[in-house]
Design a protein around this ligand. Structure first.
Ligand code: SF4
Length: 64
């Protein structure tokens, strides 16, 4: 799975890091960054990533 945050689109709301803390966190500038390993994810982990993506109010997360 390829996941990235389009930092120009992130408004720093923190939703993704709250809902999917294994895969997103906030950096020192208050922008979300990807963390962790996105290879060979379990179905539960994929759901966590997608729930984090879907929580984003600005569609700043790309996951495919
Ligand atoms: S949910 Fe979207 S806008 Fe909010 S911190 Fe995450 S990437 Fe940024």
């Amino acid at each position: 799975m390829e996941v990235k945050v389009i930092k120009e689109a992130c408004i720093g709301c923190g939703a993704c890091a709250s809902i999917a803390p294994d895969f997103f966190e906030m950096n020192d500038e208050g922008i979300a960054i990807t963390t962790g390993n996105y290879e060979n994810l379990s179905e539960d982990s994929k759901k966590e990533v997608m729930d984090g993506k879907d929580s984003c109010p600005t569609d700043a997360i790309v996951a495919e």
